[in-house]
Ligand binder design. Structure first.
Ligand SMILES: *[C@@H]1O[C@H](CO)[C@@H](O)[C@H](O)[C@H]1NC(C)=O
Ligand SMILES: *[C@@H]1O[C@H](CO)[C@@H](O)[C@H](O)[C@H]1NC(C)=O
Ligand SMILES: *[C@@H]1O[C@H](CO)[C@@H](O)[C@H](O)[C@H]1NC(C)=O
Ligand SMILES: *[C@@H]1O[C@H](CO)[C@@H](O)[C@H](O)[C@H]1NC(C)=O
Ligand SMILES: *[C@@H]1O[C@H](CO)[C@@H](O)[C@H](O)[C@H]1NC(C)=O
Ligand SMILES: *[C@@H]1O[C@H](CO)[C@@H](O)[C@H](O)[C@H]1NC(C)=O
Ligand SMILES: *[C@@H]1O[C@H](CO)[C@@H](O)[C@H](O)[C@H]1NC(C)=O
Ligand SMILES: *[C@@H]1O[C@H](CO)[C@@H](O)[C@H](O)[C@H]1NC(C)=O
Ligand SMILES: *[C@@H]1O[C@H](CO)[C@@H](O)[C@H](O)[C@H]1NC(C)=O
Length: 555
């Protein structure tokens, strides 16, 4: 009796507030008791095979990881009976809803002494409920799997587009390394992988329309077959992640295209500094009819392969110095770009339901047009003011400001034989500054977390912000480092887009988030991913011992 009373006191005293990432929108803790579950949990009346497989993945991760978050001690999780029913009820309102931008991803998750019940709007919401569930389970030092008792979670995302961009052209990314990113994205409820497939350097995409294009892959092994692509799309879909392809046009075009017909690529043989922002130069020949014939065949074939309603058609960094002098004598750059759009947009829109994404350059750079069809979404990467500019004009935007979200910054430059690294008076500013990183310093998880993508926008402008994406350009990235460059940093963006980065008082909730992201990093490392350390392990084991201020200011 006395022992029972003692255990009861421990259960009261131990605040078992597990902390899934991203933080859920609403969680009600009816009391602080934990309950034991066995890992033979089953789904009662499984709504679909996708949910069934996700459930099996969640349970096997729980079993394999035997996870317990920091800080912990033996006595922390020392009590709790066994949950009554091993059947988890998962109810899905609309099991047929397709995975497209804006699909309802909400779910509710309830844990009582009797059972675990999940109610989701769609299959995609049900998948999110399971990544929450798996992060709620803790392995106790005495060998039991425990979950907080009497909890009710009501959850949904703040933004419909929560993404990462990868680049398989500057360096090849193996299919395996891409699947790894999808796994971790799913875990943090990110739902969009923007795949910058090709660029001037290489064309790794094997297509039937123009098989000769992969002569510009880095090697016959560094190629994606159509079945590779299908595999990635299906794999991502079964984890609630959309794949948005990008074929960058008419700039950033050389590899592959020139194998079809050298006359559809301009300035391909110039030295790069005379014609481009990085080696090698090249952009599509805007005045050639052959260019549009090739675009048509490529685009139609890719449109059968990629099932997302959105397709990214690039349009960034068009270089005036790459246009032939003759053309520039006869027309302005704007006329040339307008001609490109007149020819290319009907090709793109010829696919039913097709929506396009373009980089903001098309409306906000020196080589731009005054307006576009209003149903084109812009990916804003230049200046913060671009977000307001475009949303105020009625365009939907995806936010990817380089100064906050570019993951490739801060690694100095990649161009070779650069004399500026030598120590000399003239080079001091260079070497004490960004040392060749074109986009400034490394964007840390803290900078990413406190970035507010809706800053300074009116309510009607805010409605045009679909979400955000963190791009990782791959000049200095391949499969060996991709995971460590993205993770765990991007989990900060994942949370900010899912449930926000501020507390009820309007302050950034970094104080609690730090513990969450530290633990999340340990969690994915234990799963086998090479995620970067963020701090000495001491800081993880001793929350707030490494804070900058003893009493942190509001910010
Ligand atoms: C916590 O809730 C459960 C179920 O509602 C109940 O059985 C248990 O007694 C409660 N524990 C405490 C400490 O209130
Ligand atoms: C789960 O438990 C609740 C009470 O906590 C009960 O109302 C419900 O019927 C149970 N569901 C199943 C499938 O057993
Ligand atoms: C979750 O619960 C909330 C509050 O009760 C409700 O408004 C919402 O419709 C529920 N969502 C789902 C998917 O069941
Ligand atoms: C671009 O196309 C025009 C029109 O067909 C052609 O005259 C020109 O030579 C082409 N440019 C290149 C670099 O081949
Ligand atoms: C290109 O197509 C346009 C319109 O279809 C046509 O007027 C023009 O003659 C064609 N030019 C060439 C070089 O084929
Ligand atoms: C530019 O104008 C000249 C003279 O009118 C003409 O011969 C030439 O074909 C034009 N070039 C282009 C690319 O339109
Ligand atoms: C987008 O606008 C273009 C041009 O007005 C139109 O052709 C296309 O059908 C529209 N697409 C969608 C999906 O509404
Ligand atoms: C919002 O306005 C502030 C103050 O004018 C400015 O410093 C900041 O860059 C703006 N942020 C965005 C995202 O527009
Ligand atoms: C948007 O930016 C363009 C190009 O810089 C500028 O001409 C235009 O006035 C801006 N519009 C708004 C509404 O800020």
């Amino acid at each position: 009796m006395l022992i029972a009373y003692f255990l009861f006191l421990i259960s009261l005293a131990t605040c078992f507030k597990v902390d899934p990432l991203p933080a859920v929108q609403h969680i009600t803790w009816y009391n602080d008791t934990v309950i034991e579950i066995n890992t033979n949990l089953l789904i009662a009346d499984c709504p679909s095979p996708v949910v069934q497989l996700a459930f099996i993945r969640a349970i096997s991760t729980i079993e394999k990881l035997m996870w317990s978050p920091y800080p912990h001690s033996i006595s922390d999780y020392a009590t709790g009976p066994m949950i009554e029913s091993s059947r988890v009820t998962i109810q899905v309102d609309d099991a047929d809803a397709d995975l497209q931008l804006g699909v309802d991803e909400s779910y509710n998750l309830t844990i009582t002494p009797k059972n675990i019940t999940i109610h989701a709007a769609t299959t995609w919401g049900a998948l999110h409920s399971l990544t929450t569930l798996q992060q709620l389970v803790v392995y106790s030092q005495d060998g039991r799997f425990l979950i907080p008792l009497s909890v009710e979670i009501v959850d949904k995302p703040n933004f419909p587009h929560r993404g990462v961009m990868i680049d398989s052209a500057r360096n090849f990314l193996t299919v395996k390394s891409i699947l790894d990113q999808i796994d971790i994205m799913a875990l943090v409820k990110m739902n969009s992988l923007h795949w910058h497939l090709v660029d001037t350097q290489s064309w790794p995409l094997a297509l039937e329309s123009y098989p000769e294009m992969i002569q510009d892959a880095y090697s016959p092994e560094e190629v994606y077959s159509k079945s590779d692509i299908k595999y990635v799309i299906d794999y991502a879909r079964s984890r609630g992640v959309r794949i948005i392809p990008e074929i960058d046009m008419p700039g950033h075009a050389r590899a592959g295209w020139r194998k079809v017909d050298p006359s559809i690529v301009e300035c391909a043989d110039a030295f790069w500094t005379d014609a481009a922002v990085e080696p090698p130069p090249g952009q599509l020949n805007i005045t050639s009819n052959r260019t549009y014939e090739v675009i048509t065949n490529l685009y139609n074939e890719l449109s059968e392969l990629f099932i997302d309603n959105y397709f990214h058609v690039g349009n960034d960094e068009l270089q005036v110095k790459c246009f032939p002098q003759l053309e520039l004598q006869n027309s302005t750059v704007v006329q040339l770009l307008s001609h490109y759009l007149d020819e290319a947009l009907p090709i793109f829109f010829n696919i039913p339901e097709r929506k396009l994404i373009m980089w903001d350059d098309i409306l906000l750079s020196t080589v731009s047009v005054p307006k576009l069809p209003p149903n084109i979404t812009l990916q804003v990467w230049h200046e913060p003011t671009g977000i307001k500019n475009l949303t105020s004009r009625g365009y939907d935007v995806i936010v990817s400001l380089y100064d906050f979200l570019y993951l490739d910054c801060g690694y100095a430059g990649f161009v070779t034989n650069d004399p500026r690294y030598a120590e000399s008076d003239g080079n001091i500013e260079f070497n004490n500054g960004q040392a060749g990183s074109w986009c400034g310093p490394y964007k840390s998880y803290q900078r990413i977390y406190v970035f507010d993508i809706l800053a300074n926008l009116t309510e009607s402008e805010q409605k045009h912000v679909l979400g955000a994406e963190a791009p990782l350009w791959s000049e200095q990235v391949d499969s060996t480092v991709i995971t460590s460059k993205i993770w765990p940093r991007v989990a900060a963006l994942a949370e900010s887009l899912w449930s926000g980065n501020k507390d009820a008082k309007g302050n950034h909730r970094t104080y609690e988030f730090t513990k969450r992201i530290f633990n999340f990093r340990e969690y994915i490392v234990k799963m086998g991913y090479d995620a970067s350390p963020l701090a000495p392990k001491y800081c993880i084991m001793n929350p707030h011992a490494c804070d900058l201020f003893k009493i942190p200011p509001d910010f």
